[in-house]
Design a protein around this ligand. Structure first.
Ligand SMILES: *Cc1c(COP(=O)(O)O)cnc(C)c1O
Length: 414
């Protein structure tokens, strides 16, 4: 009879956060207690234990020869970046703002790299002054960098970001292959490498980043293999041997019904082969992978409180104090083609049966402000806590917080 009838597909349970006495536990703290400690909803909470465990799993699955970098873009909260900086081998930044966060976190400049199209002169100056590695993305940027380095009298550390001549298949977001604003086309790279030498810039290596949010190990393996082969070909044209080879990342996490966790075993085996081949074919190079979402995404939740519960023509609406303005990704408006629900729970009734179907919306006057649409959930009341899982990456910093003038979200590391 009504549109309320058809529930959304059910998610696999999100088991990374334990449940005790009906409550979700974050970093050892029950959710209602954590909400009281934070002093407001909505908030994001990130679990240190889960962050550490994820890095541990990766270290276990990948060969020792692979350096693990955290891409700050995924979650730039300073306390979290500081925590991650202690666990990983380096940080990748994509703006001068992220560079400041990385340096404040105590990361050594030698372990920071800076990628991103459209680096302004001031950003290039800041990066040169800091002594971090610049992943150069165009001929124009290379020339500006040479001028800046000469004017300042400090050497610039340069890696060439290459737009590969292949794609990362079945990727959530493709960032390489075909015409792209990122990096220098592979076929134009040899000429630029020669120019780099003529300009007297210190060449350090290559950066390849083919795409993001991939759950298929075979696709990642293929991209890493092709990236390595491409870098070997380009190395012949480089003025000096490569000291860094950043093979990118793209490791995805499951968000939607039917998706499963990435199988690290084949990726680890392939990287071991690459590392072995690199010992003779690119002996000076440190191999790096850079991950954002995979490191932090599953360790975070977004919590908002039910302000109103209403029924409209048979459909139950839980109107929450948080929404699209804090969590654009969960609303479905950050790159999704077809909107699907993130895994969602009533965090203070976490072991109750999903006995109703409800739609959780935010407080904004727009139909785009959805948190979970027609979701099987326990019966919820005003005051209950709606939890969106898989919210540790591309959350607060990727959302239009000023839209409609609601209070900003708080982020805590637990
Ligand atoms: C966005 C980005 C990342 C992080 O991507 P994830 O999908 O979050 O792992 C890494 N490197 C570069 C160059 C990026 O642009």
């Amino acid at each position: 009879m009504s549109t309320a009838a058809k529930p959304a597909p059910v998610h696999a349970p999100m088991s990374q956060f334990p449940i005790r006495n009906g409550e979700l536990i974050i970093g050892g703290v029950p959710l209602t207690r954590l909400a009281a400690r934070v002093g407001q909803t909505p908030f994001y909470a990130y679990d240190r234990q889960l962050l550490g465990a994820r890095v541990g799993e990766l270290r276990e699955a990948l060969p020792d020869a692979i350096d693990l970098h955290y891409a700050v873009k995924a979650n730039p909260m300073p306390a979290l970046v500081g925590f991650m900086a202690e666990l990983v081998d380096g940080l990748d930044v994509a703006s001068a703002g992220e560079l400041r966060v990385a340096l404040d976190a105590g990361c050594a400049p030698a372990d920071i790299s800076f990628a991103g199209p459209g680096k302004r002169d001031t950003e290039l100056e800041q990066a040169v002054a800091a002594g971090v590695l610049l992943n150069v993305e165009s001929a124009g940027e290379l020339r500006r960098l040479a001028d800046i380095s000469a004017r300042l009298g400090w050497p610039a550390r340069v890696a060439l970001r290459v737009n590969p001549d292949f794609e990362l298949k079945s990727s959530g977001m493709k960032m390489g292959g075909g015409p792209k604003p990122f990096g220098v086309d592979a076929e134009a790279a040899p000429e630029l490498l020669a120019e780099l030498g003529r300009l007297g810039l210190a060449f350090e290596g290559f950066h390849l980043f083919a795409g993001s949010q991939n759950l298929r190990a075979e696709a990642i393996v293929e991209a890493q293999q092709k990236s390595f082969e491409l870098a070997l070909r380009l190395a012949d044209a480089a003025p000096t041997p490569a000291r860094v080879l950043n093979l990118g990342g793209g490791f995805g996490i499951p968000y939607f019904p039917g998706e499963t966790r990435l199988d690290l075993a084949p990726i680890g085996a392939n990287l071991a082969e690459i590392a072995h081949a690199a010992e003779s074919r690119m002996p000076d190079a440190t191999l790096v992978i850079e991950l954002g979402r995979y490191l932090v995404g599953e360790a975070g939740i977004y919590v908002s409180r039910v302000v109103d519960r209403k029924v409209s023509r048979g459909q139950v609406f839980l109107v929450c104090d948080g929404g699209l303005h804090h969590h654009l990704s969960a609303s479905g408006n950050f790159g999704q083609v077809i909107r699907k629900n993130y895994p969602t729970a009533i965090g203070n009734r976490a072991d109750a049966l999903a006995s109703t179907v409800a739609t959780a919306v935010g407080p904004l006057c727009t139909p785009l402000d959805l948190l979970a649409e027609r979701m099987p959930l326990p019966e919820a009341q005003v005051g209950d806590l709606v939890v969106i899982f898989q919210s540790g990456a591309y959350g607060a910093s990727a959302s239009p917080q000023a839209f409609l003038g609601h209070p900003p979200v708080v982020e805590v590391l637990v």
